[in-house]
Design a protein around this ligand. Sequence first.
Ligand SMILES: [Zn+2]
Length: 284
Amino acid sequence: MKWQSSRRSTNIDDRRGRGMPGGGPAVGGLGALLLALLVAFLGGDPSVVLEQRVEVSPYDNAPQVSQVESDRSAEFVSAVLGETEDTWQSIFRTEFGAPYQEPSLVLYSGATQSACGTGQSAMGPFYCPADQTIYLDTSFFRDLAVRHGAPGEFAQAYVIAHEVGHHVQNLLGVSSQVQRAQQRVNRTQANDLSVRLELQADCFAGVWAHQAQVARDILEEGDIEAALNAASQIGDDRLQMEAQGYVTPDSFTHGSSQQRAEWFYRGIENGSVNQCNTFDQARV
Ligand SMILES: [Zn+2]
């Protein structure tokens, strides 16, 4: 993906290395060392600072990522978020005649507070409608590449664009409609609605990729394949098979590998939100 010249989003809240709010200052790594030196310089006892790090260490269990890799991740995420902002601004203007309210994106490591409860890296990236914010632990990117076999920058961009897709659904009122409908039906039907919501977010991610490509030529060879591969690697059937050795389609909440790849592809091929009606019974 050609993102180096993309506009960077200003809606990023980088909480990495800060630990949980209320859990005392989390000063880690180089920061702690510099602070300790500063305290020593000012005549204090540096061990006070260094010990504080031990107290907040429960959230430092995430795989250690080098500073260079960590900076690159933050740059990349803000470039992709910026690309989604420009694209959805333009779609909202032309399709809905209204401005697009941009979401925030929190980068965190280990755990963080959200309006939807405590976010933990094991949950993977998620969108919280209550604070219109995407929560992302960038160690997920490594997970995506290594554990799920979906490497490549555009696979990562797809994941961010999928979460942005949930934000778009929130703005359009789709999420709340689905939530209300889910309260009136049984578990299997509620799961089916959840799958349709997820597949629409995949389709919206594809619409973003199509429009960003038309406007700013962001794609490189192999990008679409990398994203399609990611979409299919995180399908419910694949994940269930890995986790339990068998597949129970009634319990799917995100869609099968084939469905996820298909809906992402439909979005990227057509570039139109009108092509993303996953709630039309005949189409899923
Ligand atoms: Zn989702």
